[in-house]
Design a binder for this molecule. Structure first.
Ligand code: MG
Length: 300
């Protein structure tokens, strides 16, 4: 079993890279800018922290309440928009935004929350209803298809298909390094919600298209997971309110990073990919680790 102390750089300390945001979400490292961008959701903005300048700046404003995001195979940004109830692409070069998908079966999506792009280019995203139901995180609206699912969108064919329908409030998503397993956080036990979910479920991915045979592998005691990432050895790093918890692929807990404020999302980045960025309430935090995201080698 991994020793937790081996995963954190010796002597590493938290850094507060920025503060004073409303509620931070959706961090993503942009290699071409050497910057971590993230959503300041209730201020309806995207912020950027530059490693070179060690400074925070506004990356984009009036962004229709973006949440999670990922890099696609061309280096552009695929992101979730609560306001548009859509998955959209933001050009890395021009910043131009194009809606990729916002309907299923003739009705609107809820409010896409987190997204991953598989190595075949397919876009997998969660569609809980927080953007419709949390004040200041989108616009009030109805759950038009009546549920909250995880979808797979194939841009080449335009095919949108629900792949997981048995998670009450699907939130953070991540693949195992070989993409044979999709992990999904259920956050249905968060404030004001209706479900028992504060766990992470694992689904075997079949032919890169279907996620079936789900099982709960992690229960987060007394907290709720939101976003998570998988490292290059397949370990799961999940937000859990009071910090970040690290698990073996089978769900065995390895250790915890306890943070001074609540953490909702995280990502790796930095020049060597080993800096863990954490969106923590109004702040962006970082700590140095000894590992990288499972997709780091692919991103080059
Ligand atoms: Mg989320």
């Amino acid at each position: 079993m991994t020793r937790f102390s081996d995963l954190i750089e010796p002597g590493a300390e938290f850094k507060i890279l920025g503060e004073g945001m409303s509620w931070t979400e959706g961090p993503l490292w942009l290699a071409d800018r050497q910057a971590c961008i993230f959503s300041d959701i209730r201020n309806n903005a995207i912020m950027a922290w530059s490693e070179h300048d060690q400074e925070l700046s506004v990356f984009a404003s009036n962004v229709e309440f973006t949440n999670g995001r990922a890099i696609d195979r061309n280096g552009d940004i695929v992101e979730c928009s609560h306001g548009r109830r859509a998955i959209q692409r933001r050009s890395a070069a021009t910043g131009e935004v194009t809606v990729l998908v916002d309907h299923f079966g003739g009705v609107r999506l809820n409010s896409p929350n987190d997204v991953v792009v598989a190595s075949d280019g397919a876009i997998w995203f969660s569609d809980p209803a927080y953007g419709l139901e949390m004040p200041g995180e989108g616009y009030p609206g109805e759950r038009e298809y009546g549920d909250r699912w995880v979808f797979r969108f194939d841009e080449l064919t335009g095919m949108l298909w629900p792949v997981v329908t048995d998670v009450i409030a699907p939130n953070g998503l991540a693949f195992s390094p070989d993409e044979s397993v999709l992990y999904i956080c259920d956050s249905s036990n968060s404030g004001g919600e209706d479900g028992p979910g504060r766990h992470i479920r694992a689904y075997d991915v079949i032919d890169g298209r279907l996620a079936k045979w789900g099982r709960t592998i992690i229960e987060i005691d007394n907290e709720v997971p939101d976003g998570m990432k998988v490292d290059c050895e397949g370990r799961i790093w999940s937000s859990a309110g009071d910090g970040v918890r690290v698990f073996e692929p089978d769900g065995t807990e390895i250790g915890r990073i306890t943070t001074p404020v609540r953490v909702a999302n995280l990502c790796w980045g930095g020049h060597d990919g080993r800096t863990l960025f954490m969106c923590a309430t109004d702040k962006l935090l970082s700590i140095r680790t000894t590992t990288t995201d499972a997709t780091w080698a692919r991103r080059g």
